[in-house]
Design a protein around this ligand. Structure first.
Ligand SMILES: [Zn+2]
Length: 137
């Protein structure tokens, strides 16, 4: 039921929208290939050397990987997705289950399946949003 959330955030709730999270790649290693943000490319393909460097250096630049675990009920592993800890933490502190619920319940928010999302919002918030915070509240 929540499969789509393994790959895509609920509209309005993506960490990218905070302006603190980026998807990164090494353009020089692309060798003319179309960019594909896939585990295969980051683990064994043309992004593997960049990915190794990023993993070894990410902390010294103040970033972390929110989606670096391979989870069943959760966002899939994304070794290209990085988050600036200090600035993301400010958003995390202001976000809560009630805040998310109120946002989605707003009449201005039109999302297919909104009723199902709201019925399961506690599970969704805990498994697809809060668990990736840089620091737990
Ligand atoms: Zn991303």
């Amino acid at each position: 039921m929540f499969l789509i959330l393994n790959w895509s955030a609920i509209p309005g709730l993506s960490r990218h929208h905070w302006g603190t999270d980026l998807d990164v790649y090494d353009n020089n290693s692309n060798q003319g290939n179309a960019l594909n943000l896939t585990l295969q490319n980051y683990q064994k393909g043309y992004q593997k050397y960049f990915s190794k460097w990023l993993r070894e250096n990410i902390e010294q630049f103040g970033f972390y990987y929110p989606y670096y675990q391979d989870l069943t009920d959760g966002v899939q592993m994304e070794p290209w997705h990085i988050s600036h800890i200090k600035t993301a933490h400010n958003y995390e502190l202001s976000l809560s289950l009630n805040e998310v619920r109120n946002f989605l319940e707003s009449d201005n928010i039109h999302i297919l399946g909104k009723g199902e999302i709201l019925k399961n919002i506690k599970f969704i918030y805990e498994n697809y949003i809060e668990r990736y915070f840089s620091k737990r509240k």
